[in-house]
Ligand binder design. Structure first.
Ligand SMILES: [Zn+2]
Length: 195
């Protein structure tokens, strides 16, 4: 009788996605980075909030609309403070609205740097379970991530998945996007990958 090994892998984004759009100054389709700063405009009680992006070449700005014409009395003062202080969690929440950003830009570059924080939780049979924690979704593919975690090629990974050595819960396609709390179980000889 062996042991169950439970690991968590937290996927930690190291930067916010760059966006692609036309720069008025450079007169070209180029990349913009998130300045991690909000811009607020208040006209009497009516507030507009944007997240500021800057062109990587000329620092020209593009403002991503966050709130438009909202009555400040209807806003939670804690939320207002977060916008005023450029609270990082709030900035990142909006900077990772990839589908919304795509509608306003020519593209969003989700090929960002990330780190994996591994934690071993328990040892108990002949299988390993990995749980993924994925706070900021940037469209990472499951097979790409698992190949990186196990240090094997995507084709080898596909074989292990097809022969039932690697199981996913929920049972999503291994080529689909990573979801938060996805669990990967590796059974039998496959556990050698991890140890
Ligand atoms: Zn520019």
């Amino acid at each position: 009788m062996g042991f169950i090994n439970l690991f968590t892998y937290e996927i930690i984004a190291q930067e916010t996605p760059f966006i692609r759009r036309n720069c008025n100054k450079c007169k070209t389709n180029t990349e913009f980075y998130c300045s991690e700063k909000f811009r607020m405009n208040a006209n009497q009680k009516i507030v507009d909030i944007w997240l500021i992006y800057n062109c990587i070449h000329c620092e020209g700005t593009w403002n991503y609309p966050i709130l438009s014409r909202v009555n400040i009395n209807k806003m939670d003062s804690k939320v207002i403070r977060k916008f005023m202080n450029n609270d990082k969690e709030t900035v990142w929440y909006y900077a990772f609205q990839i589908n919304k950003l795509r509608k306003r830009c020519n593209g969003v570059n989700t090929d960002i740097r990330f780190e994996l924080r591994k934690e071993k939780l328990a040892i108990l049979s002949n299988e390993i379970t990995i749980k993924l924690c994925y706070k900021y979704d940037f469209g990472l593919r499951t097979d790409k991530l698992l190949a990186e975690i196990f240090g094997i090629s995507r084709s080898k990974l596909k074989k292990l998945y097809q022969n039932g050595t690697i199981l996913l819960n929920p049972n999503i396609n291994i080529k689909s996007k990573v979801i938060d709390n996805l669990q990967i179980t590796v059974i039998g000889d496959g556990t050698k990958l991890m140890l």
